[in-house]
Design a binder for this molecule. Sequence first.
Ligand SMILES: N[C@@H](CCC(=O)N[C@@H](CS)C(=O)NCC(=O)O)C(=O)O
Length: 228
Amino acid sequence: MRLLQFSTSHYCRKARLALGYKQIPYDVENLTPGAHVLKLKPLTGLKTVPVLLPELPGEPIAIADSTRILQFLERYQPEPPLFLIDRAKQTEAELLEDWLDESIGTATRFVYYDFRRDEGKHIDPSFASQLVIQVVRWQYDMNPAAVDLARQRLTIAIAALADRWQSNPYLVGDRLSVADIAAAALLSPLALIPQYRQNNGWLFERICEIHHLCREPLPPGLQSSSIE
Ligand SMILES: N[C@@H](CCC(=O)N[C@@H](CS)C(=O)NCC(=O)O)C(=O)O
């Protein structure tokens, strides 16, 4: 299998966590932002990564969207399962996954890129990096009002996740689910932002645990921390 990705994308991290959990061998192909559209549009009709190319007879050529990729992986290799046996719990996990994908992953992106152009500029002050940050901010229309809304959304999300994750290793039920994978990936960029790190140690502990379970290298900011 081949994963088309941007190396820094938190949605691509979500796909890698699932591949790692199931121990499915795969190669990655890192696309160049901008030029990626030329490759992806004809393949999937969309312009986002991750895209999985199963490269297997009888399987689709390309699967776009992290949620679809997780569904495909569950069908292709059911063990170890990412879907919960209890139907109601699985639906709850899918709802959380969708909320994390559609709302929280985007809010994280807004807050993260705002940080990287301001207090976090020292992480990579190079012209090339700051140019990418400016382009992404322009692409997603990241103005101060939108960043403020995103911050508020993250505050509510972290409080909601705390109710589940602080006292239980899993967000739903007693096993890893698509909800845990989505949360671990889509909130991981916050590990570089001191304000989030200082106030939510439990969150980054869970993110590390899930990366270990999935045999995926820890995200930037957690790589050599005491949490590890
Ligand atoms: N819902 C999609 C979102 C993926 C997504 O937003 N990917 C971003 C990278 S983090 C992307 O490919 N952006 C490029 C573009 O929109 O042209 C998923 O879960 O796969």
